[in-house]
Design a protein around this ligand. Structure first.
Ligand code: CU
Length: 267
């Protein structure tokens, strides 16, 4: 069957829930197409019907028929069904706590946006995220990992590259270091604003292995166009190998923050 989504160039879906989002999009597009054609026909009808030559004298009674009101009500009804019957339940599944997969079954990632890159933080072999604090932030410690926290010793930090396991759910805790960004995973049918000072969880299950784009969907500054990262969906073995490689590349402890500049000497 002809699909408006496809005609508009929707990217292939790679997540478990994505087909339900596509279904809703397709319904909305058909409804919009129907309204568009309807309104255009009505527009031309009014041009013809209320032309000056057909109505030389103004009619002070106006339209008596209730057809327009009934039509408007039907449009509102269809929109309410789309929103309450399809949209809200889909949204609820992604944001309500009891729908999230158990932590032990999921890949857990912290994603932190900054002008203009995405940082990813994995808990490493011990499964515990090291403590982070803004006071530890510097060029070689982009997430402010506390060098004194033993839980953080094996953590994996990656820039502009997120790895996921095919078929395994992922829980991403999303945040930002500076301004509002938006973490957009078009193939996964996921998009969430990254807001400084907050940690927003999102989850999905990737079901098609491959390499996908992660883009920033919020105009966040002059380099916004280049704020792009890669998402690799791979087998558990490939994922474990990548983790091992990243852990071996990481220096034992992040470099300490540079000492504050010395006060100028008094004369
Ligand atoms: Cu951005």
């Amino acid at each position: 069957m002809f699909s408006i989504n496809k005609a508009l160039g929707i990217l292939p879906n790679a997540s478990e829930h994505g087909s339900t989002v596509d279904h809703l999009l397709e319904l909305c597009h058909w409804f919009m197409a129907f309204l568009f054609v309807g309104w255009i026909c009505y527009f031309f009808y009014t041009i013809f019907r209320f032309h000056k030559s057909r109505n030389p004298k103004a009619d002070y009674h106006g339209v008596q028929s209730k057809a327009a009101a009934h039509l408007e009500f039907s449009v509102v009804l269809v929109e309410a069904v789309l929103l309450l019957g399809f949209g809200l339940p889909l949204w609820g599944k992604r944001v309500t706590g009891d729908q999230f997969p158990p932590e032990t079954d999921a890949v857990r990632v912290r994603a932190v946006g900054e002008q203009f890159a995405w940082n990813f933080h994995y808990a490493g072999a011990d499964g515990i995220f090291g403590r982070v604090h803004t006071s530890f932030l510097n060029g070689s410690n982009p997430l402010g990992l506390d060098p004194n926290d033993p839980a953080g010793k094996d953590d994996v930090i990656s820039k502009n590259e997120m790895h996921l396991v095919n078929g395994k759910p992922v829980v991403i805790d999303l945040s930002s270091k500076d301004v509002i960004h938006s973490f957009s995973l078009q193939h996964m049918r996921m998009c969430q604003d990254a807001i400084p000072g907050t940690m927003i969880p999102m989850w999905f299950r990737p079901i098609v292995a491959g390499e996908y784009d992660i883009i920033c969907a919020q105009l966040c500054g002059a380099g916004h166009y280049a704020m792009r990262a890669i998402m690799k969906v791979e087998t558990q073995a490939e994922f474990d190998a990548w983790m091992k490689e990243q852990a071996s590349l990481r220096p034992a402890t992040p470099a300490p923050a540079p000492a504050p500049a010395a006060a100028p000497a008094a004369h």
